[in-house]
Write a protein that binds this ligand. Structure first.
Ligand code: NAI
Ligand code: MG
Length: 354
């Protein structure tokens, strides 16, 4: 019996279009072994489209992907189009309209990938759970008096009880499946309304999950600890802004931004979830065939987990981990000379040989 999935592909800009084909090839290969078939519908939503048509995606864009089982995204952003245009014109509407309120970013130091930190060894294995639809990234606010000496800007943060509770529940539930420990990123010493509220709700979540231990750390001290001793963390939960910063820092700790994966999840499954590498469109290397496909491949593995096939997801992880551990084939960001295809082919051979 085969299970069929329809996946919406949004390659986006730059290397986005170079890393999605490897991810699809890996999905097809591992799918074959697990009775899963994927059909892909590709959408050209990008800065290139914006330049030609004045919008990142068509007006009915979200309706065209609403009924897909998942979305795989490459990267969006290109010089000449302001980053807030590309982000708010595509990624943020998808995250918000599809209620993808969890941004999940696993961080692992893989054998064979040197971390810039001497102390980061393969016992570094944690996840950042980032609130993905409210918090500091809000549309509420405005600008006044543009161009005058007294011009001003106001941006409101929005923290709602349901919004904070559901991300905390997700983090604490994730901890129950892992080592049972949550660290909450806060800044309630400096931000005196939203962050004390966040802290209160963390304490309540702690009471709801008596089997999970938790503590809170101020974000400034926390980033220092992630650098100094990343192996002490298991689940870190943070608001939209803190989670964003933490997860990019953590990706760097793991060796390269080219490896890091991310999932934008709608845990209730009312809408499709979206899977995307953490990196951007990398204009400096785009078009050369040298991008590391691992971030996209790992994101595809998270998609398999979400679709209910964790054994297939784990097989993808094992396959690229074993290429890294047993060969010296590396893309340039990891100090090697291999191209995107060379590395992908080794991963595919590994899956075929299982
Ligand atoms: P970037 O992640 O595109 O590149 C940063 C550095 O990492 C570059 O030197 C690049 O060559 C390298 N790099 C990134 N991914 C790589 C990979 N897979 N293999 C090898 N090397 C890789 O970040 P940057 O330069 O700040 O942003 C470029 C554009 O991408 C901007 O327009 C930005 O807005 C956008 N962007 C989009 C994101 C998304 O779609 N979620 C996330 C981050 C940036
Ligand atoms: Mg970021």
């Amino acid at each position: 019996m085969t299970t069929r999935y329809r996946i919406a592909l949004i390659p986006g800009d730059g290397i986005g279009a170079e890393v999605l084909p490897p991810a699809c090839a890996v999905l097809d290969a591992v799918g074959k072994r697990h009775g899963l078939t994927f059909t892909y519908d590709s959408f050209d939503w990008s800065c290139e489209r914006y330049a030609a048509e004045g919008a990142m995606m068509p007006a009915d864009g979200l309706d065209r992907i609403r009924h897909h089982d998942a979305v795989l995204l490459g990267a969006v952003g290109w010089p000449g189009v302001p980053d807030h245009v590309s982000l708010w014109g595509l990624l943020i509407p998808i995250r918000r309209q599809f209620r993808q309120y969890v941004n999940l970013r696993p961080i692992k130091v893989l054998e064979g990938v040197p971390s810039p930190l001497a102390k980061a060894t393969s016992d570094v294995d944690f996840v950042v759970v980032r609130e993905n639809v409210e918090g500091e990234y809000s549309e509420i606010g405005g600008r006044l008096g543009r161009g005058f000496p007294d011009e001003m800007a106001i941006q409101q943060s929005v923290f709602t009880r349901p919004g904070v509770e559901r991300i905390l529940d997700y983090a604490f539930t994730t901890a129950q499946r892992r080592s049972g420990d949550v660290v909450s990123a806060t800044k309630s010493n400096g931000i005196i309304h939203t962050m004390p509220f966040w802290d209160e709700l963390v304490k309540e979540a702690g009471d709801r999950f008596p089997d999970v231990t938790w503590r809170q750390e101020h974000i400034d001290a926390l980033v220092a600890k992630v650098v100094l001793d990343p192996s002490r963390f298991d689940v870190i939960v943070g608001s939209n802004l803190f989670g964003d910063i933490l997860s990019d820092l953590a990706a760097a700790v793991a060796g390269s931004i080219g490896i890091a994966p991310a999932a934008n999840l709608n845990p209730e499954r009312d809408h499709p979830s979206m899977f995307e590498p953490v990196h951007g469109s990398a204009p400096d290397i785009a078009g050369q065939g040298v991008a590391n496909p691992l971030g996209a491949i790992w994101s595809a593995s998270m998609m398999l987990d979400h679709l209910g096939h964790p054994e297939a997801g784990a097989e993808v992880l094992d396959s690229f981990a074993s290429v890294l551990a047993t060969t010296d084939v590396r893309t340039r960001d990891l100090g090697g000379t291999a191209g995107t295809k060379d590395f992908t082919n080794l991963v595919l051979e590994g899956i075929a040989g299982r």
